[in-house]
Structures are given as C-alpha cells and as structure tokens.
Design a binder for this molecule. Structure first.
Ligand code: GMT
Length: 374
C-alpha cells in the first residue's frame, strides 16, 4: 500500500507512535509518505520505502497566526495526487482530521477518492478537543473520517461520552519495538548515579501539568526518608522550573537529576528500578510501556487507559490520582529486594503483548477494510 501519515513531528506521544508505525509498515514493504511541518524526530535515516514531505507554511504580515491547516490540506492534496496514495492516516484529530476532510473534498472534485483513517491519541479528545473552541470541528471531522481508531478502550469510551460521534471506533493499542526498547548493560551508568547501591526511580514526560510531576517528587521525598534512593527526571516542558524549585525547597537536589530531553531514553530506563506515571490524564501511557519493555515496574495513577497497560499488583501498582501516601507505600513495596525482580519480570512479560509484531497486522487489516468500504 502507499500510505500518507500525518502527525506532529514531536519528541513523545502521538508523534512517536505515528513515526514508529510508518517505519514498521515500511519494513513490511509498504510505501510510507510522512506529511509534517518538520522531519519527525525518529526519522533521520534513509529507507527506500520512507518519504518525507514538509508542509510549507507561508507567512504574511496580515496573519497573526499562519494558517497551518490550509497549508497542510494543500500538501495532502499534492502528495495524494502525485504519489498516488491509497490511504491517508492522520494521528491526533486537531487539526489533522479536519485538514484531511478538506483535502478529501478537494480531491473528490478531481475524481480521486482518498480514504482517511483518524487515530485519536488522548488530549485531542480529553483536553483540547472537548473545549468549545474546537469541539464542533472535532466532532464533524471524526464523523467524516472513513475509519477511526483509538489507542485504548478508555479513550474510545471517552470519545463517545464527550462528542456526538456516530462512527464506529476501533481500539488498536499502542505498541513497542522490543529490538530497541530492551534492558541494556549500563552498569557503569548506574554506578555513576547510584554509587552506594541506591534504588533508582525514573520519570519521563513533557512536563505538562497533566503529568503531575510534583507527585513524582513528593513520593520520592517520602521514599527517601525510608530507603536510599535517587530520582532521574527526563524531558522538559512548562512545569520544569517549578519542579526544580520544589526540589530545592525540599532539600533533595543532591539526589535528583533533571536530564532534559533525551533521545536514547532506553539507556536510562535500563538502569531504573521503578518508573512513575502519576498523570491526571493519560489515554495509554506509551512512556510506561517503554519502561516495561526495559524491565521496569510501573507506579501509576488510575487515569484513562493506564490500567489497561499497568496491571495492579503485577506489573506495578495503580493508585488514585494524587494519592501520594498510597503511592509511597506501593513504591516502598516494589523496591524491596525480595519483591523487585518479580515485578520486573512481569513488567517485561506484559510489554511483550504490545510488541509491534502483534499490533501492526491490526492496522494493516483496518486499512484494507477501510479502503474496501470507502
Ligand atoms: O501525553 C502527552 O501530552 C502527549 C500526547 C500526544 O498526543 O502526543 O500523548 C497522548 O498520546 C500518546 C500516544 O498515543 C499516549 O500514550 C498518551 O497517553 C497520550 N497522552 C494523554 O492522553 C495525556
């Protein structure tokens, strides 16, 4: 198949899922055309089946905000027409689904019928999309897609609750490349961070409010009163300054490192003993799956789709959002020497269920069904 993939070319979340999906499809022999405003982060190599089309966003003094959606729709028209694509797959509804709708209508005028698949990722539904400033367009463009998928059962349910969506939504969970995400031998790294055999807690995120990084630091602060432990925080975003201040206030700076954005996150995960994801909202929790694949147990909140991934008492623990006291107890339980290895083994076993090899055929068959119906 010749497939156009539209996504945000960003560091985590939907952009990574879209890029990894495209790469996996290309390995299977499909021709993949990425249409984005910047080269996606994990697409910096040559492959005969991978193509990248940059959206040109022309500025003009009249525009306070350049009309990205129009530039994107125009680029989609162009790529579908000249590369003779069979299908467009857009990741994250805003504004990709509505841009795809516009491209589809324009192409229809020229006698081309391009099927559109929209994948809902989370905040496009639960946070930004339900805001009245976007809701009518989001509802309309989801209903106009030829196929709709969501990354968890919880997100599927939330979409029906929050929007007047009539389309059937197929759940296709996120996936992991176990060739890349696996525990690596990085003992020297562990020794540098934990010179006295301390346990290591890791959190990675985009440091937005919904990630509740403060809970990570507060749990760490409580755990540190009981056992020797260190904390690594990977990523960057609007909350980072506040979190650095909190560490200074709590006097934990010597035991906490802010690493900023890191491409090879699997190296850090390889030496972690516990991964924390206390999010307020989380449709799936890809970062937790990446940690599990590196044999790291998860201490998470019960937000959104996380409990579909992290099995309470097995691969880690699932606690109520914001319940720092229970999270502290659970962290201490997992980190006990006699418990830790069991949690690590079960985390890896669970991660293997989300191997890209298992999930890719779900997308391929969904594409085929959508093309047949369109
Ligand atoms: O978590 C974010 O803020 C990024 C966001 C995105 O769309 O890039 O992530 C969402 O999509 C990921 C990939 O499907 C999911 O693993 C995340 O759970 C989801 N984030 C939220 O729902 C908050």
């Amino acid at each position: 198949m010749k497939i156009g993939i539209v996504c945000y070319p960003t560091f985590g979340g939907s952009g990574v899922v879209a890029t990894e999906l495209g790469k996996a499809l290309a390995r299977e022999g499909h021709q993949i055309h990425f249409i984005t405003y910047r080269q996606p982060t994990r697409l910096d190599f040559f492959s005969a089946n991978l193509f990248y089309h940059e959206v040109d966003i022309k500025s003009y003094p009249l525009f306070e905000h350049a009309p990205y959606e129009l530039a994107l729709a125009s680029k989609m028209v162009n790529v579908v027409k000249y590369e003779q694509l069979d299908l467009l797959h857009v990741h994250y509804a805003i504004p990709h689904a509505s841009a795809a709708y516009m491209a589809k209508q324009i192409l229809k005028e020229e006698g081309i019928n391009i099927p559109v698949v929209t994948t809902l990722h989370g905040t496009d539904i639960t946070l930004v999309g339900k805001d009245p400033s976007y809701e009518p367009v989001v509802t309309f463009s989801i209903n106009q897609s030829d196929g709709v998928t969501a990354v968890s059962e919880d997100l599927r349910k939330a979409t029906y609750e929050l929007f007047a969506v009539k389309r059937e939504i197929k759940v296709i969970p996120n996936f992991i490349d176990l060739e890349r995400f696996k525990k690596q031998k990085k003992e020297h790294f562990k020794l540098a961070i934990c010179p006295n055999g301390e346990k290591l807690i890791v959190h990675t995120s985009n440091f937005r409010k919904v990630k509740r990084v403060e809970d990570v630091i507060r749990v760490f602060y409580e755990v540190r009163k009981v056992i020797p432990v260190k904390l690594l925080l990977v990523g960057d975003g609007p909350e980072r300054d506040k979190m650095e201040r909190l560490c200074r206030e709590l006097g934990t700076c010597d035991d906490v490192r802010f690493l900023g954005k890191l491409e090879a996150v699997e190296e850090v995960l390889s030496v972690a003993d516990l991964f924390m994801m206390p999010s307020e909202k989380e449709s799936f929790g890809l970062a937790a799956l990446e940690a599990m694949a590196c044999e790291v147990p998860i201490l998470s909140s019960d937000a959104g789709g996380i409990p579909e991934l992290n099995i309470d008492g097995e691969t880690g623990f699932v606690c109520k959002i914001g319940d720092v006291t229970t999270m502290t107890d659970r962290a201490l339980y997992i980190l006990k020497d006699e418990n830790l290895q069991g949690f690590k083994d079960r985390a890896l076993k669970r991660a293997k269920e989300f191997d890209v090899v298992n999930i890719l055929p779900m997308y391929e068959s969904f594409y085929n069904q959508t093309i047949e119906k369109a």
